[in-house]
Design a protein around this ligand. Structure first.
Ligand SMILES: [Zn+2]
Length: 427
């Protein structure tokens, strides 16, 4: 049994390419089952829905999902402290758990119940893995669940996993070389570490290795780094995005149109303040609902910002696509009482092709915050004052707080800079 070409690999082609109307019916059914199940059997959800004044009959389908409260990690942690160890989110008898995972901050997660999550398996096929591939899994097998989830998913797609975990770079390099490993899972920075180690050992990265595909995650992947790794090792690098409690939320296929949302999860992009969905293509916080029958996550907030679209992709997948991850909501800075997010500043500046580079600097003078957009232009222009005024007007419109624009010569803003730099002194 051979593999189809990389760009045509699916975990379940019929499901991943079904038309939107059919998909909606299926997601709706899964959502209602999860909601009813959580309402009946989870103490935490019953309390959460009760205090939001929601009765079981109020929610008739996915169109009512926005009525349900957003679940934040802080709420989950609080509930785990009160109702030790799982916070009452569990819907099955704790004796049936075969694993307890530990997340940073001692947040407990029950695992190995009856629920089979296929979201990472779908991602593995989507990024190009297939039957017979030998994949090193360099995510940490100690305590955290991600490595185990991926391990299980590799088996689901008929490939072979080598559970190397993190560290031991010398051994890892040898394992990859000797076993002719053609797949890698781990962080982008760990690929770089291994490549540097191999070079230091005198190995030829292109000739001595058989790597073809990498699924990277858990870190941002700047395009410059992706290109560097791809050229260095002659391999394809694709991203998977998810959280341990929700599973995979998005993955890139060969065509890189964005992150495909797996078909066993509902993903929304919402206004973090109201929990209401933003319009298609607008920026907001990623919130997701999975159909885990033992530890369901309903409208769990990720803290990550992105945009959701219904664009089509040449690979044939028909689900929603998350455009790239733009950053965290907690990277926002408060200016005169209003939150300013790096992505909002990007949105303002992206409209001006004249701009080469910019940075937002926040200072404080006589107890007043001053927000300055320091801007470098691609080339000198004849009437900088007009451009300045236009950007200032957009800042006021889009950020709802006043800012000034200062045009500076090329080379003023350092290469490595924070998008929003807070220089306020508080003494
Ligand atoms: Zn695609």
């Amino acid at each position: 049994m051979g593999n189809p070409p990389k760009e045509n690999r699916f975990f379940d082609q019929a499901r991943e390419t079904m038309d939107w109307e059919k998909r909606k019916v299926k997601l709706n059914k899964n959502f209602l089952e999860t909601f009813h199940h959580a309402f009946r059997y989870s103490k935490a959800y019953r309390e959460i829905f009760d205090s939001a004044g929601i009765e079981m009959s109020d929610i008739k389908g996915m169109e009512d999902i926005e009525r349900l409260p957003i679940l934040r990690m802080d709420d989950l942690v609080e509930r785990q402290k009160k109702d030790f160890p799982f916070g009452g989110f569990e819907t099955a008898d704790p004796e049936k758990i075969r694993r307890i995972y530990i997340n940073p901050g001692l947040i407990w997660q029950p695992g190995e119940w009856d629920y089979q999550d296929t979201s990472w398996a779908e991602a593995l096929c989507g990024v190009g893995f297939g039957i017979g591939d030998r994949i090193v899994n360099t995510f940490n097998y100690h305590m955290w669940p991600l490595a185990f989830m991926l391990d299980k998913s590799v088996k689901m797609i008929g490939a072979t996993v080598i559970p190397t975990g993190v560290g031991n770079t010398l051994m890892q390099v040898k394992i990859m070389q000797m076993l002719k490993v053609n797949g890698f899972m781990g962080t982008p920075s760990f690929v770089m570490t291994l490549a540097q180690r191999a070079e230091a050992m005198g190995l030829d990265l292109r000739k001595d290795f058989s790597l073809e595909t990498a699924l990277v995650g858990a870190e941002m992947l700047p395009e410059s780094l992706r290109t560097r790794i791809e050229n260095m090792l002659e391999m394809t690098v694709r991203q998977g995005y998810g959280t341990v409690f929700l599973g995979c939320i998005g993955y890139e296929c060969q065509h890189m149109t964005g992150l495909h949302v797996p078909d066993n999860i509902i993903v929304e992009v919402v206004d973090p303040n109201t929990g209401r969905q933003v319009k298609s293509g607008a920026t907001g916080e990623i919130v997701a609902t999975n159909f885990n029958t033992s530890y369901p996550m309903i409208r769990m907030a990720t803290g990550d910002l992105s945009m959701l679209t219904k664009e089509s992709c040449p690979c044939g997948r028909t689900g929603l696509i998350l455009k790239k991850i733009l950053g965290r909501i907690d990277q926002a800075t408060k200016v005169r009482g209003t939150f300013v997010h790096p992505w909002q500043a990007d949105e303002v500046i992206s409209q001006y092709s004249e701009v080469f580079k910019y940075q937002v600097v926040i200072t404080r003078k006589t107890h007043k915050d001053i927000m300055t957009f320091v801007v470098e232009l691609k080339e000198e222009i004849t009437q900088p004052g007009i451009l300045q005024a236009r950007i200032e007007r957009d800042i006021k419109d889009m950020l709802t707080v006043k800012g000034v624009v200062r045009i500076v010569p090329r080379g003023t803003i350092p290469d490595l800079h924070k998008k929003i730099e807070d220089r306020r002194g508080w003494d």
